[in-house]
Structures are given as structure tokens and as C-alpha cells.
Design a protein around this ligand. Structure first.
Ligand SMILES: *Cc1c(COP(=O)(O)O)cnc(C)c1O
Length: 429
């Protein structure tokens, strides 16, 4: 595989950006080689600067549920772009996107658009604290909620621990208000609520944890979390930045039938342009400025070009049968690969939900907690390289999940399955 152009661009980029990238997960730190510089995407494919073509299962880490350059998204962006890019005043487009979402989403009455998932979560946390008048938040080990200071914390030892910052620059005072417990541990969960409920503003969780492997929780566990939040007057915050509009139109809340109090969205909502959002019942959203005392603002919030991309994308997602078909095509990929790996006795399984999949290098029991993931990422590294050489692009980390888009047709998926067979044989055979 020729990589000279990507390599030249990367060595330039190293002069400009820390690690040569504008988001750390893009650096090929966890896999072999240096990042491929992408010049074009169309449908299920991307092309790098050396004209290598790949089936793309990264899909920009989630936003592109219709694939690259979907004609309706493209056309709506261009149509609205002709009127300029930003006004700092409200537009009809914001209403349209809000109506599209709120008319189908029974969990939230009002929404506020921001420009990223991080911003959505950060604002939602402030809202939870402002509304409840309490300061502490509960998060779960292995869940990622953007680079929000209070959420860049990890668990120490013990069942219920106060957060210890896992990023330099996060004051311990900030991390102290974050309590971290492991996922899938009912005892730790109950103990935490019993001990801390008086100070807890909210419990924030990725209802489908997909940023540290795919740590699928049992529905009963999520129901228990809902029940404890209700019992102790703690807000349940579903961070649906990945799962929203991915596993169902109204995300994991709809998929599991569990009602959160605050929700954050991102990724898919913006159709590939920067949009995030948070929402809640009217009573909670009343706390947000200018109606209430919780301040939150944004120069480019509800940006008309970004709104038009989101409108076009979500209009297609809202069509009858969209999610069933996404799931059907995902199974078309996951099932034969899993059967193949099992027959050959390889330590490998694709975990899946909706149109998300994750490469688990284990035959052990179901992995539901961050600490159950094998920290040796050599098998992922090898498979990543082998797949790349066969024209299959995965995100460059074994902790990242893959995504299937509308553009991943049956035919493309069958081709990818063959590539997986060959790559697995090379790595495990
Ligand atoms: C991606 C992600 C975020 C952060 O969103 P950005 O747009 O990258 O800031 C937050 N929460 C979850 C669950 C995510 O997957």
C-alpha cells in the first residue's frame, strides 16, 4: 500500500499540531504506521491522498449514518449555503430540526442546540446542578462524555471512589465532585446512592457505552439506575451522543424504553457538521437562560448550514423501517464473521447493537465492564493492519467501535466479510 503522500502530510502536520492531529484519536498511536490523510468520501468509501480506496467503518466516529456525501444532505447544505453561513439571529431551520426531533421524541419537551457533544454534556451537567441545587455527579468507569473537566476522571480502587483526574489541567477540586463506579455492578450502584444521594445532582451514563469497547449493559441494570434516581431525586442523564439517532430515532431511551431526565445528542444530529444538543422536560429546561438562571450560550449555536445537514439526515432516519434495515445489514456482516471465527476457534467476536459493532478479542464471558477488556491490543493492531491492506478502514484504536451506514449495501458488506475472513486467517491462522 502506497503511503508516501499521507506520510509527507503527516510530517508537515507534526509541525503545526500536537501529535500532528486536531483530535488525539486520529493519531495512529495504538496501531501501526502513521495516519492516513483522507481526501474524499463517497457513500461507504473513503480515499486517501495516495488514492487508496477503503470501505469506511469509522464513518467519522459515528455521525455519518447515511455514509459520505449523501445527495440529500449535500443538496440541503448547498441550498442553504447560498444564503450565507451565520447570522447570530434565529432561523426557521432551527425550528425545523427541533420539530423533526421533538415530534418523535417522547422523552424531551425542549431542546437547545450547541456545536459539539462535549458542549452538550457540559451544558447538561450545569443544568442538572442548577436545577437540583446539588453539586456531585455520578459517572461510570469506561463511559466517555467528551472532554468536560468534571468527567475526565477515572476510578481509583474500591467500589465507590471519588474521582481522581485522568487529565492534567483538571483541578482536583473539580474531580472531587465526580464519583466513579464500575458499570454492571448493582452493589456499587446501590451503595453509591445510599451514601451520596443528598449531594448528587445527576447520574450520567452512556446507556450504550461505546467509547471503551462496546460495554452493553443489561436492561435490568439500566432500569435499576432509573429506579434509584427516581427514589432519591437524582436526575438521570443519558449521554446519547453516539446512541441517539443510531440504535433508534430517540436513541437508547427508545431502544430500552427507559425515560431519562436529561439527554445529550451529537454526532448524527448534525449530518456531518458540528452540532450537539441537550434536552429535558419543559420544567427542567426552564432553568436555562434566558428563561432561567443557568447560563449557556453559543455564537454559532444552531448554525444554519449545520442545521440544514442535520435536517436532511434526520428526515431520512425518521423514515419507516430505517433502523430495521440498518440492523439487518449489520447482522449480515456480524453473524457470518462470528460464525467463521467460532468455527476456526479464533479468540475473536464482534459485539453488536443496532448498527454499531466492536471487535472483542476474547472468548470469555460477556464483557460489560472496562476492566474486563484485555489490555494487550496487539491482536487489534495486527487485524487493523491486515484489514487496511485489504481496503477496510476501521478507527485506529481497539477501544473504538465501528459503524454501518445506509451506504453499506448488502454487496459492500459481503465484500467486507470476505476481507475479514482473510484478515482473521492471517492474524490467527
Ligand atoms: C463523541 C462523544 C462525546 C463528545 O462529542 P464531541 O462532539 O466529540 O465533543 C460525548 N459523549 C459521547 C457518548 C460521545 O460518544
Amino acid at each position: 500500500m502506497k503511503k508516501t503522500n499521507s506520510e509527507a502530510l503527516y510530517s508537515k502536520a507534526l509541525n503545526y499540531f500536537p501529535g500532528g492531529v486536531n483530535s488525539p484519536v486520529r493519531a495512529f498511536k495504538a496501531v501501526e504506521g502513521s495516519p492516513l490523510f483522507i481526501k474524499k468520501g463517497d457513500g461507504a468509501y473513503i480515499w486517501d491522498e495516495d488514492d487508496n480506496k477503503f470501505i469506511d467503518f469509522c464513518c467519522s466516529f459515528g455521525p455519518l449514518i447515511l455514509g459520505h456525501n449523501h445527495p440529500e444532505v449535500y443538496e440541503n447544505i448547498v441550498a442553504n449555503l447560498q444564503n450565507g453561513t451565520s447570522y447570530g439571529a434565529p432561523t426557521k431551520l432551527e425550528n425545523t430540526l427541533a420539530e423533526l426531533i421533538l415530534s418523535r421524541n417522547p422523552y424531551i419537551d425542549k431542546i437547545r442546540f450547541v456545536s459539539s457533544g462535549t458542549e452538550a454534556v457540559m451544558s447538561g451537567i450545569r443544568l442538572a446542578r442548577g436545577y437540583t441545587g446539588k453539586n456531585k455527579i455520578l459517572k461510570f468507569e469506561g463511559c466517555y462524555h467528551g472532554h468536560v473537566d468534571a468527567l475526565l476522571v477515572k476510578a481509583g480502587s474500591g467500589l465507590v471512589t471519588f474521582g481522581e483526574s485522568s487529565s492534567a489541567g483538571v483541578p482536583s477540586k473539580v474531580a472531587e465532585d465526580t464519583i466513579v463506579i464500575p458499570l454492571n455492578d448493582l452493589e456499587a450502584l446501590t451503595a453509591c446512592f445510599e451514601q451520596h444521594h443528598e449531594d448528587l445532582a445527576c447520574a450520567i451514563i452512556e446507556p450504550i457505552p461505546a467509547n471503551n469497547g462496546l460495554l452493553l449493559q443489561e436492561k435490568a441494570y439500566l432500569e435499576k439506575l432509573r429506579a434509584l434516581c427516581s427514589k432519591y431525586n437524582v436526575l438521570l442523564f443519558f449521554d446519547e451522543v453516539i446512541s441517539g439517532f443510531r440504535v433508534a430515532f430517540s436513541g437508547a431511551a427508545e431502544y430500552y424504553g427507559i425515560t431519562p431526565d436529561i439527554v445529550s445528542y451529537g454526532k448524527i444530529i448534525g449530518g456531518g457538521l458540528p452540532v450537539g444538543a441537550y434536552g429535558a422536560r419543559a420544567e427542567i429546561m426552564q432553568s436555562i437562560s434566558p428563561d432561567g438562571p443557568v447560563y449557556q450560550a453559543g455564537t454559532l449555536s444552531g448554525n444554519p448550514v449545520a442545521m440544514s445537514a442535520g435536517i436532511a439526515q434526520l428526515t431520512i432516519c425518521a423514515k419507516e423501517g430505517f433502523y430495521e434495515d440498518q440492523e439487518r445489514r449489520t447482522k449480515l456482516m456480524v453473524e457470518p464473521i462470528n460464525t467463521y471465527a467460532k468455527e476456526k476457534g479464533y479468540d475473536f467476536e464482534l459485539y453488536t447493537i443496532g448498527s454499531i459493532f466492536w471487535l472483542a478479542f476474547s472468548k470469555k464471558e460477556r464483557i460489560r465492564r472496562a476492566d474486563q477488556i484485555n489490555s494487550d491490543m496487539t491482536p487489534f493492531k495486527n487485524l487493523h493492519k491486515a484489514l487496511l491492506e485489504k481496503g477496510v478502514y476501521l478507527g485506529p484504536s481497539g477501544y473504538e467501535v465501528g459503524f454501518i451506514s445506509l451506504a453499506h449495501t448488502d454487496e459492500i458488506i459481503k465484500h467486507a466479510v470476505e476481507s475479514f475472513y482473510e484478515a482473521l486467517d492471517e492474524c490467527f491462522g
